[in-house]
Design a protein around this ligand. Sequence first.
Ligand code: ATP
Length: 206
Amino acid sequence: MEQDTPQRIGVFGGTFDPIHFGHLAIALEVRHQLELDRMLLVVANDPWQKTVFNSVTPAGFRFEMVEAAVSAVNETVGATVLEASDQEIRRGGETYTADTLAALGSESVGAELFVVVGSDIAASLDTWERPEEVQRLATTVVAERGGNAGGRPPQGWEHVVVEVPALEISSTDIRNRFRNGRPVQALVPPGVIDYVMSNGLYGSAR
Ligand code: ATP
């Protein structure tokens, strides 16, 4: 039986291919500034807007990397501040945030949901599946990097802006770095680097 239903839940979805310190900075900062009870890093099963153009690493690998990163943070803090969610992977198929929010809403009745996006994708929120449902089910949070006015949601889309430390890190750059043997230690948590190397992801080799 569920006790003490948490009231404010952050939903930070991503491909996380792989997760990096930019993602963790957003998740921690938004959780702190909005005083959330839970912050979920939700790993997309099939990020269809990306897989149209490129393939992504199988979801199981991406999820385990998020788990490794999140556990290291929680261990350092000494509390569960971040959680890895495999909800979208278990549901399978193309990933729609509207479905994720609906499922969370029925699991945690009465909870207030916050869907977190980087300012680089905020302007494209209308291209998501059932955008009106996303707006109805959650408050949109735009994570803005270091006060640089970035993209905003389309007109009429209610949102709050949270300023996060500017870390110019992208998963695309990190995949290239692994492939080319360039340094990643300041960009990716150590547990994730170990995981990438031991599974030979991104063309890395020990
Ligand atoms: P890729 O380079 O493969 O496109 P990515 O680094 O943008 O990946 P995603 O997993 O696609 O990572 O991003 C998930 C979310 O994190 C998105 O909302 C994106 O805007 C945001 N994000 C990613 N990197 C950063 C960063 N360095 N600072 C702020 N937001 C970021």
